[in-house]
Design a binder for this molecule. Structure first.
Ligand SMILES: [Fe+2]
Length: 301
């Protein structure tokens, strides 16, 4: 089956403390912020005018994930396929496309109500090149902005939606206990050479974002970012480690919104022609030790 979706192109998040986010994203992680005309700011990591749209609000979670397709024909093909399967699709008007900084988009929701958009024609700002405030270079291009791990209640329904309908390919499963005492089966889905652009994790948390991963081109950029987190007292939800399945060497700083960022290097590239679905019984080859977030001190402590 042909698959229209080729990359995770952008995401939108709603955050309760935009200024803390701006500092975390730029000064700690090395992304670049540009104020936008919609009361928030866009984070850039390459030529794309917007990779992360940050909007102020109480949700502290995902607003939408934007999936990139090749062209107008692919966008229409995907919309028709979704509608034929009974999924409600709304075509974004020109104003919304301009707001998202793309040529055109459609909107739909997955079986758990998460907002998704498919788009083509992302605005490229080669005339205003990305300059990381921390000298970081991110791995993007055909592999998109990184990967997104979503929590889910009905994982089989989500797997059917993303694999059978949207054309994602299954890379592997990890059966593990990321948090001791809580068995967990996570499934990893790809839409390009990146081992996964989306993972589905049936974890009992209220937030939809379990984590959002950015990959950098230098192992030293991982080390420097971790050093900045430690120096600033940013909580690390998982220590430095190497994942079992995609080989990513990474650590997990807790964002100001209470979901994790994975900051990694060295992710595996999958060849669709030769890849076999694998199973792992460990999240990591080494490291990635879970650390509970510090509790705020109570009066009288
Ligand atoms: Fe990850």
């Amino acid at each position: 089956m042909s698959a229209e979706i080729e990359a995770l192109g952008y995401i939108g998040i709603e955050v309760s403390d935009p200024e803390r986010w701006r500092h975390f994203a730029c000064d700690t992680l090395g992304l670049q912020a540009f104020d936008n005309a919609h009361g928030g700011f866009d984070l850039r990591m390459d030529n794309y005018a917007s990779r992360i749209r940050v909007t102020e609000g109480p949700r502290d979670d995902l607003l939408y994930a934007g999936w990139e397709v090749r062209d107008e024909a692919a966008l229409e093909s995907l919309a028709v396929k979704l509608e034929a399967a009974g999924v409600s699709v709304s075509r974004g008007d020109a104003a919304l496309a301009a707001e998202r900084r793309v040529a055109a988009l459609v909107r739909f929701t997955d079986p758990e109500g998460n907002g998704h958009e498919a788009f083509y024609g992302p605005l490229q700002k080669t005339n205003e090149p990305f300059v990381s405030p921390r000298g970081v270079r991110f791995k993007t291009g055909r592999q998109g902005l990184g990967h997104l791990v979503l929590s889910c209640g009905d994982k089989p329904a989500m797997m059917t939606f993303f694999i059978d309908l949207l054309g994602f390919r299954l890379s592997d499963h990890i059966h593990t206990e990321v948090v001791p005492g809580r068995p967990l089966a996570i499934s990893f889905l790809r839409c390009n050479g990146r081992h996964h652009s989306l993972a589905l994790a049936p974890v009992p948390i209220k937030k939809k974002i379990v984590h959002l991963m950015f990959e950098v081109l230098s192992i030293d950029d991982v080390g420097r970012a971790m050093h900045r987190c430690l120096a600033e007292g940013v909580h690390l939800s998982f220590t430095l480690g190497r994942h079992s399945n995609d080989d990513m060497l990474s650590f997990y700083p807790l964002s100001p919104s209470g979901f994790d960022i994975e900051y990694g290097w060295g992710g595996l590239e999958v060849d669709d022609d030769t890849w076999h679905v694998l199973t792992h019984d460990s999240n990591s080859a080494w490291g990635h030790v879970f650390q509970r977030p510090p509790r705020p001190a109570k009066i009288g402590d």
